[in-house]
Every structure is written in structure tokens, then in C-alpha cells.
Design a protein around this ligand. Structure first.
Ligand SMILES: *Cc1c(COP(=O)(O)O)cnc(C)c1O
Length: 947
């Protein structure tokens, strides 16, 4: 029962109150939110409210719960789960998250609410943390360059495959994969290989290359293998290189503290997961995957790469390197579709390494190994691997089921390989008692240590020698390090982040609270189903609710980001065509305004991208669309269209567009990243979409984490449901190819979305969409005079975001969109989305969570900046020397005796006076990106540079 004295959660989530909304609507010139919706959205798609006042579809949602009621329900769901001792392994290991990291990173909005560091001047803290991650991975793998995270181990393997394939420059198309890689890795490799025409040959590579090594572009092996076996891959690497193939090694980072590293035995690529570095298993995710290469392949690395450069005053500064490699710019020429990755989890893993240091990590690894060795010694001949790290595989003819059952009785989950084989993985949380219970389950007695070396080739190179991995080994030092880093960053806990297309809304504490409860977080993705009924119910709820909200029939939560949802959706479309004997359909129409991931995903799915032009008003050019459909009708597979468009408007032709594509036998993919403008108002599954991905890390409150985690569910109509992603180790999913390593992807952050929907209820969700639209239209009206709004829909309305056109101003004054973005930092604001989807513009998305006061403060800043631009335009300030070009201003650059600029230091630091809002002091000045790309440094700079 709702306690009336408690404010409804929706009123806490939505920034403006009724009075604010009324005033905003007056500025827009409408009298109600519903009138606004009727003017902005095409009538044909707008859902009409039922007699009960509820939006159709949404009447399936439960009535809203308060924060405490929702948390109580989550407690009940959590209690239904069993937290067993997990010794399953297969890429997921229990780990002990240091409380100082749990509280100060995962539970700290300063870290989890930050955005991808595209504005490096206000992101130095997380950039440094990510550089630590890169350094850690590069050191441990023995390679020179690691990126700032991958989505998981299996997709990292797939990216390693495509990277090696590119290196072969189209001359070879066969990949050799060792039989002892994780099942999920093998499955995702197969998914990703097929559309690209890569043939995978799987073989036992222990005894070297099979026939004709020169047929393969690459080889993938794992260290240790899925069975736990450690193989000396050195000779295989030599043979591969002699035959002209590259070698990628899936390596366990903890094992690498003890055994020979891939780079040290000649491997070209290393990939894997940093999960066991303090990141809970989380029923499969999220965790940071990693990918590392030699310098010669650095420019081929997918994903984000942090590099070191210089700021305007010559100080060292971090920023994302080689950004031109990113899919946003390269579209169908992109080598990967990854966008959102796993930044927050990479930060956690890096700090785990920093807190333990190389000696601490080595000690943990030794203890893990000694537990495994004791199990192997007691099992004697039943233990099949001579050399192993943490995982013992035992042959117990006909008894595997009984052994696993006996261990389960003792509260321990083992891995049943087949009827005769069981594997046991030890980890940081393994105790002597666990070892004893496992031996009892096998029915063997403890044995005296054999003294035989079980690891094989020991590590001979140093790692983590940088001070970053030595200076923060006490809790006080670590706490202050994390605080000092986050103080350099502007996250949502200090300012609105008005990033168009990114929907940086509130990530409420009640939504976040349960994700670290052990009943949710300490679950192995392949634990027996009986251990996780609460999680499964939660997953079913989220699935049902998303179906209701989108109007689709089937939902898969497996994709770990929007890009992966796109990919899964396109694979489903292809499988559908193929099942109807139309597998030749491979043309994907994509409007020129689309997000770069659309084209990149289509290319990865084996489709040919045909770009459809836009009219001068920003809408899809229907004539061009019809012409392209006619030209490609026989081969038309799909259109990918974002709704509302990336131009921030509800195109009124959407139904016509969908019908035209359907008439030609094509499928309609509606990119649902902008669903925050649709929830409760219109359902893509009902207005013409066959499939959409959603971004739970945009619309549904999962925090952005500085560039991940994310969840990108793919939702489909009934005819595509059979082709939703499946998984080799899970039942009850779709029949399609898996796109992630874990059956339910990043399951442990689904409670965030569950809580949001549960607490908002149907009316709250609809209100959120309406207020988001109202706020964007209010901003458009307030700023239009200073910066023309580039595109509006019918009745002059925008959707939930608006594009401010700076190009005429740039032309007239020389002040660039960059100058404005950097200047906003001096005002204490995060910049809007810059130059997407139109170069030279800013795209502003306020979201419903921002109060009227915050939105007004932002508008005030933008208007004040316009006045500054005018002073440049009038010639009062030279274009090369004014507060915009000088931005951002550090305290240091202002605290000088001889200030020789035409504007004052007060104007630089306090453009709207000292009482405007809390002063944020940028830690560095404008960063020179080109310098960093020319002098690529992607690991922690040497200590001397700190002097
Ligand atoms: C964010 C976004 C994507 C990609 O989502 P990720 O989770 O970053 O992979 C795709 N399309 C649009 C329109 C987006 O805004």
C-alpha cells in the first residue's frame, strides 16, 4: 500500500514541479503537456489514453511503488537466491572487492555518473584511472598497448579475430581455434565469423599446428585453457609466425602474475576479462574485457584508447587517443561497432591492482594456485592436467553427476563437464574448508603436497612497476586517491550533462542500492537455475515491462551495449530472411544522420550499407528513399532508422517510411536510443518497427559509468523472436547466435532498470517523457535567439533534444563549437554533444530529471557565451585571445602577476559572478589532441614526468 505521506518517486525523479512545468509550457506556447505531445508527435503513432487514463501497453505495469517498497520487493527477490560457493570457473571467478573500492567507486556517484571522456579537460580523473587499466593490462600481458576495455571476454576474442583478419589484408579467411577455449568464447567467435566469411577450424593444438599453417590468418588459444590446462604456446606461436599467421591468446590476468606472459612468448594479441580483479561475477556481468596488442597494431585496436598529450600550458594531460578510428566517424568502414564499453569496471579492476600492488596480486595468485594444487594432489591420477593454475579437471567415470551433487549439498557449485568429468576452479575467496569439502565430494582424502611444479614456465618479466601500483596501498591513501581523481571530473553529481542522444538522467540511489547485494552480485552465470529464482523473476519482469513499453513481442537482455543490440537485431533480420529462402537480401538502408554504430553494426552483420539522404529540414528524404528502395528492392534486407531522429525531431513520415520498406520485403530496425522521447507516448513495435534495441544506460537509468557499463536489449516482433540470441550453456533463450559471453549479459545491473520502472509506474514513465520533451522545447525557445535551432518538426516542436547551430557564428566570428564546449567548463557545465549528428553544432538533451533552475542556469551560461562571441565578432576581442579560445581556465593560469589578455581574470573564472553556481576549477587547460596522436603514449607516463 502506498504511504501518502511519502512523496511519489516520480516527483523525486522528475526535476520540474507543476508550477515550473506550467511556466515552461507558457514559454513554449502550449497549455498542457498533452497538447505539447499532440503538437510534437504525429497523430498516427501517438497512443491514445484508455478510459482509465493509462497509456495502452503500459496498463500491464504494476502501480508505482515507493523507494522503500521497491527495495523491500528487491530484498524478497534477492532472498530467493542462494549464494553458493562458486567453483565453476569457465571465465567467472569469485573475488573479494576491497570495501574501499566498493564504497568509493561502485557506490559513488562521482564515479558512476560520469560520461565517456570526450571532453578530456573535465575528465582527467577517470582518464588517469583508465590509463592505469591500460598499463595494468599491457604489463601483465607483456604487450605494449591495451585499450580502455572491451564488453566481455568473448567479444574481446571476436575483436581479436577481426583485428588479425584485417592484418591479413583480405588474403586469408581461415582462423584456427584451439579446442580448449571457453564454450562462450567459441560460440561468440562463430557468431561473428559467419557474416564476415571467416571460416573457423577448431582443433587440439597442444601438439602444434595441424597441416598447412599458411592457410590461416590467425590462431586463437587460451591460457590457461577452459579445462585449466597450461600449455606452453611458444612453439605454436613460432610455427604460426613462420606460416604468416598471427596469434591471439585469451589470458587470465591473475595467472599472468605467475606464468610466462603472451607478449613474452611472442604472441601478437592478448584478450580476456578483468573480472576477477575485484569485479563481482554478477550473474554474468558487467565486467571489463580487455584487448592488448603490439605497438605495430595500436592503430587497429577497436574501442577507446586513453593517451597522454599536452595542454595549452605544456602540462601533461590525458585524453582519448586516435579518436578518428571510432565508429562515429568511420561508419560502415569502421572496424568495430563498439561504442559504450566497460569503463567503470575497468576503473574498478585497475584500482584493485593498485590497491594490492604486484606483490599483493602475486600472493593472491599463489594462494589460489596452492588450493588448486592441493585438490589435484589429493585426486592423484584422476586429475588430468599436469600443469594448471586455478582449475583442476578430474575424470571420475560415470560419477560426475554424483560428485557435483555431493558438493552442492555442501553449498559448493562445481562444473560438470560431461558424465565422466568435473572441473573445480579455485579463486581469491576459496578457503581451506572449501578445499576439504570438495575433496569430500570426490570421496578422496587430503594428500601431502607433491612438491611437483604445476605452473610450468614461470613469469620472468616485471610488471606493475609504475608508482600508480605502489602509492595507494593503504586505505587512507586509496580513499584520497579516488577522491582526488573524481574531483577533477564533472559528473552528474555536480552538473547537468546535457548530452544529446545520451540521455544523462538521474541514476537514483534506490535504483543503485541493490546491485551490490551478494544475492545478485555474487552469482555465477552458469550456476544451477535453482540458485537464482529471484534473479530470473527480476529478468522476466524487466523483459515483460520492456515488451509492454515498446509494443514488441520478444526481448533479449543479452547484448552488453546498444551496439550489440543493433548487431543482434540485424542478425535476427538476416536469419528471418534466410529461413524464408531470401538469404541473399543484404542491403541495409541507413539515413545519413544515423549514429555511427548503425552502419558499423550492419557491416559486421555482413550487410551492404546504402545511405539515404536527408532533406534540408532534417527529415529522411522520401524521394531518395523510394529511389533507393526501387534500386535495391530485390536485395533489400532492412532500414535502420532512429526515432525520434538523431536530429531531435519526430519525423511525420515515419509510418510511410516503414510501409515503403515493408512493401519491398524489407524489415524495419528502429534504433531505440531515443526511447526517452517515446515511453508512454508511442510504441515502435506498433508504429512499424520489426526490431529495436534500447539503451538501458540511457532511457532506463543505468549510469553511464564514464563509458560503460551498458545494457542494450533487443526487442522484436513475433516473427523475429525465434532468432533472438541463444547461448550454448543456457536454456530458454532464443534460437539465434549468441552475441555475449553470458546468457543474460550484464544481468547484475538489471535491478536498476527494474527499480526505475517499478517506482515510476505507467503514469510516472509517461510524465517523464513529456517533461523531457517540454524541457527540450523550453531550451529551444530560450536559446533560439542566440543559437538558431537547426531542425524542428511540425508546429515548430523538437522532441527530447535540440540541435543548436553554431556554424553561422563560427563563420562570422571564428569562434568554434569547441570554444563554446570548453568555455562551458569555466561556467561549471558539461558540454552538450558536439558535432553529432551535424558538424559544427551542439545537441542539447536536458532529460526530465533536471530542475527548472538547472536548465535556466545552463541557458544563462549559453546566453552569456553568446554575448562573449559577439565581443569577438565586433572586434573587441581578437579571435585568438578571448575567454572562449582561452577556455578552460585553470586556477594556475589565472594566478599570475602579469596577465596580458584583453579580458580580466574575473571574466575568465567567474563570468556570471561568484554567486552563479559552485565554482569548478578545470584541472588542465585546452588539450592538444593532435600532439598526442603524433606521439602516442598509452600507458602511465614515466615517473620523471610527474616532477
Ligand atoms: C548511444 C547510441 C547508440 C549506441 O549505443 P551504445 O550503447 O553506446 O553502443 C546507437 N544509436 C544511437 C542513436 C545512440 O544514441
Amino acid at each position: 500500500m502506498t504511504n501518502d505521506s511519502v512523496a511519489a518517486f516520480a516527483d523525486r525523479h522528475i526535476g520540474p514541479d507543476a508550477a515550473d512545468i506550467a511556466e515552461m509550457l507558457a514559454v513554449i506556447g502550449v497549455s498542457s503537456l498533452d497538447e505539447l505531445a499532440a503538437k510534437a508527435l504525429p497523430a498516427g503513432i501517438l497512443d491514445r489514453l484508455g478510459a482509465d487514463g493509462r497509456a495502452p501497453g503500459l496498463d500491464e505495469l504494476p502501480a508505482p511503488a515507493t523507494e522503500h517498497e521497491a527495495l523491500a520487493e528487491l530484498r524478497t527477490l534477492a532472498r530467493a537466491n542462494t549464494v553458493a560457493v562458486s567453483m565453476i570457473g569457465q571465465g567467472y571467478y569469485d573475488t573479494l572487492t576491497p570495501p574501499v573500492l566498493l564504497r568509493n567507486i561502485i557506490e559513488n556517484p562521482a564515479w558512476y555518473t560520469s560520461y565517456t571522456p570526450y571532453q578530456p579537460e573535465i575528465s582527467q580523473g577517470r582518464l588517469e584511472a583508465l590509463l592505469n587499466f591500460q598499463t595494468m593490462v599491457a604489463d601483465l600481458t607483456g604487450l605494449e598497448v591495451a585499450n580502455a576495455s572491451m564488453l566481455d571476454e568473448a567479444t574481446a576474442a571476436a575483436e581479436a579475430m577481426t583485428l588479425m583478419h584485417r592484418a591479413a589484408r583480405g588474403k586469408r579467411h581461415r582462423l584456427l581455434v584451439d579446442a580448449d577455449v571457453f564454450a562462450a568464447t567459441a560460440a561468440v567467435l562463430a557468431t561473428r565469423a559467419e557474416p564476415l566469411g571467416i571460416e573457423i577450424v577448431t582443433a587440439d593444438l597442444r601438439n602444434g599446428f595441424p597441416d598447412s599453417p599458411d592457410e590461416f590468418f590467425g590462431v586463437i588459444v587460451q591460457l590457461p585453457g577452459a579445462s585449466g590446462r597450461i600449455t606452453d604456446w611458444g612453439p605454436l606461436v613460432e610455427a604460426a609466425h613462420a606460416g604468416g599467421a598471427l596469434v591471439a591468446v585469451g589470458a587470465d590476468l591473475l595467472a599472468l602474475t605467475l606464468i610466462n606472459a603472451p607478449g613474452d612468448f611472442g604472441a601478437d594479441v592478448a584478450f580476456g576479462s578483468a573480472q576477477r580483479f575485484g569485479v563481482p561475477m554478477g550473474f554474468g556481468g558487467p565486467h571489463a574485457g580487455y584487448l592488448a596488442v603490439h605497438t605495430s597494431h595500436a592503430r587497429q585496436l577497436p574501442g577507446r584508447l586513453v593517451g597522454v598529450s599536452k595542454d595549452a600550458d605544456g602540462a601533461d594531460a590525458y585524453r582519448l587517443a586516435l579518436q578518428t578510428r571510432e565508429q562515429h566517424i568511420r561508419r560502415d568502414k569502421a572496424t568495430s561497432n563498439i561504442c559504450t564499453a566497460q569503463a567503470l569496471l575497468a576503473v574498478l579492476a585497475a584500482m584493485y591492482a593498485a590497491y594490492h600492488g604486484p606483490d599483493g596480486l602475486t600472493a593472491i595468485a599463489r594462494r589460489v594456485h596452492s588450493h588448486a594444487a592441493r585438490i589435484a594432489d589429493a585426486l592423484g591420477a584422476a586429475s588430468v592436467n599436469e600443469r594448471f593454475f586455478d582449475t583442476v579437471t578430474a575424470v571420475v567415470p560415470g560419477r560426475a553427476g554424483a560428485v557435483v551433487a555431493a558438493a552442492k549439498t555442501a553449498g559448493i557449485n562445481l562444473w560438470r563437464v560431461d558424465d565422466d568429468t568435473v572441473s573445480v576452479s579455485c579463486d581469491e575467496a576459496t578457503t581451506d574448508e572449501h578445499v576439504a569439502a570438495v575433496l569430500e565430494a570426490f570421496g578422496v582424502a587430503a594428500a601431502a603436497p607433491s612438491g611437483i611444479d604445476r605452473l610450468g614456465a614461470p613469469r620472468s618479466t616485471e610488471f606493475l612497476t609504475h608508482p600508480a601500483f605502489h602509492a595507494h596501498r593503504t586505505e587512507t591513501e586509496m580513499m584520497r586517491y579516488l577522491r582526488a581523481l573524481s574531483d577533477k571530473d564533472l559528473a552528474l553529481d555536480r552538473t547537468m550533462i546535457p548530452l544529446g542522444s545520451c540521455t544523462m538522467k538521474l541514476n537514483a540511489a534506490a535504483e543503485m542500492e541493490s546491485i551490490t547485494w551478494p544475492e545478485f552480485s555474487r552469482q555465477h552465470p552458469f550456476a544451477p537455475a535453482a540458485d537464482t529464482p529471484g534473479l530470473r523473476k527480476l529478468i522476466a519482469d524487466v523483459t515483460d515491462w520492456l515488451r509492454a513499453i515498446t509494443g514488441y513481442d520478444g526481448v533479449s537482455l543479452q547484448p552488453n551495449a546498444g551496439s550489440q543490440g543493433e548487431y543482434a537485431g540485424l542478425l535476427a533480420i538476416h536469419a528471418y530472411h534466410a529461413a524464408r529462402g531470401e538469404g541473399h537480401r543484404d542491403i541495409c538502408l541507413i539515413p545519413s544522420s544515423a549514429h555511427g554504430t548503425n552502419a558499423a553494426s550492419a557491416a559486421l552483420a555482413g550487410m551492404r550499407v546504402v545511405v539515404v539522404g536527408c532533406r534540408s529540414n532534417g527529415d529522411v528524404d522520401l524521394d531518395d528513399l523510394r529511389a533507393k528502395i526501387a534500386e535495391h528492392a530485390a536485395n533489400l534486407s532492412a532500414i535502420m532508422i532512429t526515432y525520434p531522429s538523431t536530429h531531435g525531431v519526430y519525423e511525420h513520415d515515419i509510418e510511410e517510411i516503414c510501409a515503403a520498406v515493408h512493401d519491398a520485403g524489407g524489415q524495419v530496425y528502429v534504433d531505440g536510443a531515443n526511447l526517452n522521447a517515446l515511453v508512454g507516448l508511442a510504441r515502435p513495435g506498433r508504429f512499424g518497427g520489426d526490431v529495436s534495441h534500447l539503451n538501458l544506460h540511457k532511457t532506463f537509468c543505468i549510469p553511464h559509468g564514464g563509458g560503460g557499463p551498458g545494457v542494450g536489449p533487443v526487442a522484436v516482433r513475433a516473427h523475429l523472436a525465434p532468432y533472438l540470441p541463444g547461448h550454448p550453456l543456457a536454456e530458454g533463450l532464443g534460437g539465434g547466435a549468441p552475441v555475449s559471453g553470458a546468457p543474460y549479459g550484464s544481468a547484475s545491473i538489471l535491478p536498476i532498470t527494474w527499480a526505475y520502472i517499478r517506482m515510476m509506474g505507467a503514469a510516472g514513465l509517461r510524465e517523464a517523457s513529456l517533461v523531457a520533451i517540454a524541457s527540450a522545447n523550453y531550451i529551444a525557445r530560450r536559446l533560439d535567439e542566440s543559437y538558431p535551432v537547426l531542425y524542428t518538426g511540425e508546429n515548430g516542436m523538437v522532441a527530447h533534444e535540440c540541435i543548436l547551430d553554431l556554424r553561422p557564428l563560427t563563420k562570422a566570428t571564428g569562434v568554434t563549437v569547441d570554444d563554446v564546449a570548453k568555455r562551458l567548463a569555466d561556467f561549471g557545465f558539461h558540454a552538450p554533444t558536439m558535432s553529432f549528428p551535424v558538424a559544427g553544432t551542439l545537441m542539447v538533451e536536458p532529460t526530465e530529471s533536471e530542475s527548472r533552475a538547472e536548465v535556466d542556469a545552463f541557458c544563462d551560461a549559453m546566453i552569456a557565451i553568446r554575448a562573449e562571441i559577439d565581443r569577438v565578432g565586433s572586434g573587441e576581442w581578437p579571435v585568438e585571445d578571448n575567454p572562449l579560445r582561452g577556455a578552460p581556465h585553470t586556477a594556475e593560469c589565472l594566478l599570475v602577476a602579469d596577465w596580458d589578455h584583453p579580458y580580466t581574470r574575473e571574466q575568465a573564472a567567474y563570468p556570471l559572478g561568484k554567486n552563479y553556481r559552485p565554482k569548478f576549477w578545470p584541472p588542465v587547460r585546452r588539450i592538444d589532441g593532435a600532439f598526442g596522436d603524433r606521439n602516442l603514449v598509452c600507458s602511465c607516463p614515466p615517473v620523471e614526468s610527474y616532477a
